[in-house]
Design a binder for this molecule. Structure first.
Ligand code: ADP
Ligand code: 5GP
Length: 195
């Protein structure tokens, strides 16, 4: 019988987790993305229901009251992000494993709840200067948003040891190959990562 698992990617913003998550989704048809709910504005190119469910603060609060979230965080002051229980159920019902992109706190929280059914992966940027450079090159954030993200990154960059696996994202091809190897190992024998 199929036993659905969850692979969680966390990292300071700009480390490359979206890039690695997209790589895994493109190369593994047995994996599907858990679409989070957020109150942040949609960036150009993002699609409602694919990248995120872009909802109002009121709608988000309704989900909290209904206990619809596995976890949620005010990742940046005034901006909420949360993983919906219905996403995990939807994906497992398709006989697929779940891949989640969450901040460091949220990622550890999901791991704590799902234990050996989940693998927490931390994407480590080479250093804080390169992280800032990547955020600027991505060209999606205002100066204020970059400042907020860098402020948070300075504390998050040291969190790697709390995760099951750390992937250094220096050379992208190498990091993608490592992410693929980690995923294959986990889906075939998760017990080695049990808490
Ligand atoms: P995150 O999801 O962690 O915020 P992204 O995946 O959006 O990060 O990556 C941030 C930026 O850095 C993007 O423009 C991406 O193309 C780029 N990037 C990702 N990995 C690398 C890498 N190894 N080397 C150089 N640039 C990278
Ligand atoms: P971004 O605004 O760059 O898409 O994401 C900002 C941060 O929110 C990232 O660190 C991302 O991992 C995190 N995030 C996205 N979805 C969730 C979620 O469902 N829960 C939590 N806790 N964080 C999330």
């Amino acid at each position: 019988m199929f036993e659905g698992k969850i692979i969680i990617f966390s990292a300071p913003s700009g480390a490359g987790k979206t890039t690695l998550v997209k790589y895994l989704l493109a190369h593994n048809s047995d994996l599907a993305f858990s679409v989070s709910a957020t109150t942040r504005a949609c960036r150009p190119g993002e699609v409602h229901g694919k990248d995120y469910y872009f909802i109002s603060k009121e709608e988000f609060e309704k989900h909290i009251a209904n206990h619809d979230f596995v976890e949620y965080e005010e990742v940046y002051a005034g901006t909420y992000y949360g993983t919906l229980k219905s996403e995990i159920e939807r994906i497992w019902a398709q006989n697929k494993h779940v891949i989640i992109d969450a901040d460091v706190k949220g990622g550890l929280n999901i791991k704590k709840q799902y234990k050996e059914r989940a693998l927490s992966v931390f994407v480590q940027p080479p250093n804080i200067q390169i992280l800032e450079q990547r955020l600027r090159t991505r060209n999606t954030d205002s100066e204020e948003s970059i400042r907020k993200r860098m402020e948070k990154a300075i504390s998050e960059i040291t969190f790697g040891e709390k995760f099951d696996v750390v992937i250094l994202n220096d050379n992208l091809d190498k990091a993608c190959a490592e992410a693929q190897a980690v995923y294959e190992r986990f889906k075939n024998q998760s017990s080695q990562y049990a808490s």
